[in-house]
Design a binder for this molecule. Structure first.
Ligand code: SF4
Ligand code: SF4
Length: 56
């Protein structure tokens, strides 16, 4: 289980700095979460302006 970023992402980058385990990085057209690293803290969802990250 992990969080994932939907296509709603506008690549603002706000979530990347909030992740305590550095699981988020810029991808092709949106930011992406490394599912193997994510600890499901929810910090990314808390800062995203468009609600793109959600628990899967
Ligand atoms: Fe990082 Fe937490 Fe978001 Fe997982 S839920 S990607 S650990 S900020
Ligand atoms: Fe994308 Fe939201 Fe992260 Fe910004 S905060 S890069 S819109 S997922």
């Amino acid at each position: 289980m992990a969080y994932a970023i939907s296509d709603e992402c506008i690549s603002c980058g706000a979530c990347e700095a909030e992740c305590p385990v550095n699981a988020i990085s810029a991808g092709d057209g949106k930011y992406v979460i490394d599912a193997a690293t994510c600890i499901e803290c929810g910090a990314c969802a808390g800062v995203c302006p468009v609600g793109a990250p959600s628990a899967q």
